[in-house]
Design a protein around this ligand. Structure first.
Ligand SMILES: [Zn+2]
Length: 268
């Protein structure tokens, strides 16, 4: 097996491993952001009378207090996402370092690489013109609105606090797909960015190749990753880009494509 083939196989395997890590990161974020359910349960208990029901006259005050719930949602979300991005960047950099050492006996200077990746992911504008913190605000706002709508209707109906807590849980469960989308997108972006920046830093490759990785999706051929992986932009072969062509860092939301180094001829 050539050294290039060997690296291709390693980068494919570690992309698969990162996919499994992402599934755990999604669970973690849903759990962390879901701590807000406990905050709301405490708040409802404070508002309820001895009969376990919240008076309609207290409705407006309670809805105003959801402002603090939204702040908590944003805080839990920001903390969780920052941790996830750092974890994915760390793992990607370390895997590139190990792969280059094992296959090519080359070392990689990783100083400040992780911070460069985190800075890129935190400040990148997505197609909707938003940065990461905006996307966390948007998601928090949508979850808070859904919870407010449910609480309003439950109080008007005179539901018990016990029922309201259950309903808040259901509303939250219905919104977790947004958290999943956010985590999968950002974690994979951090992973690809870290791979590309590590390769750019190394001596062994000046070019990278993007490999599309979602062929089970029915509309995969319409995905930007498929288009990029089949484009020969520089006349060097399909899917080959410069490591700083940042459009390959996040071809589209929830993209699981990955990046491999294209070895310089002297390393082949
Ligand atoms: Zn994709």
């Amino acid at each position: 097996m050539s050294k290039q083939d060997e690296l291709n196989a390693i980068f494919k395997r570690i992309a698969g491993e990162h996919g499994k890590l992402t599934a755990k990161q999604v669970e973690f974020a849903i759990r962390e952001i879901g701590r807000v359910r406990g905050d709301i349960a405490d708040m409802l208990a404070d508002y309820a009378g001895a009969d376990g029901v919240i008076k309609r006259s207290r409705l407006l005050r309670l809805l105003r207090e959801l402002e603090t719930v939204e702040q908590s949602l944003r805080q839990y979300g920001t903390d969780a996402l920052n941790g996830i991005i750092e974890e994915s960047a760390d793992i990607a950099i370390e895997q590139v370092r190990i792969a280059f050492h094992r296959v090519l006996s080359e070392s990689l200077n990783t100083v400040s690489l992780n911070q460069n990746v985190i800075d890129y992911v935190a400040t990148r504008f997505s197609d909707d013109g938003l940065v990461l913190s905006d996307r966390i605000w948007t998601t928090s706002g949508v979850i808070r609105d859904a919870i407010a709508t449910q609480l309003r209707s439950d109080i008007i109906k005179g539901e018990s606090v016990g029922t309201m807590v259950k309903n808040v849980r259901k509303v939250y469960d219905n919104q977790t797909w947004m958290i999943k989308r956010l985590v999968v997108t950002e974690s994979n972006t951090a992973y690809r960015t870290a791979n590309a920046m590590s390769i750019e830093r190394s001596e062994v490759a000046d070019w990278v190749r993007i490999v599309d990785n979602g062929s089970r999706h029915p509309r995969h051929k319409h995905h930007k990753c498929y288009i990029l992986a089949h484009e020969d932009r520089y006349g060097r072969g399909r899917g080959i880009f410069k490591p700083n062509d940042s459009e390959i860092y996040c071809p589209h939301p929830q993209c699981s494509s990955y990046i491999v180094p294209v070895l310089k001829s002297e390393y082949l």
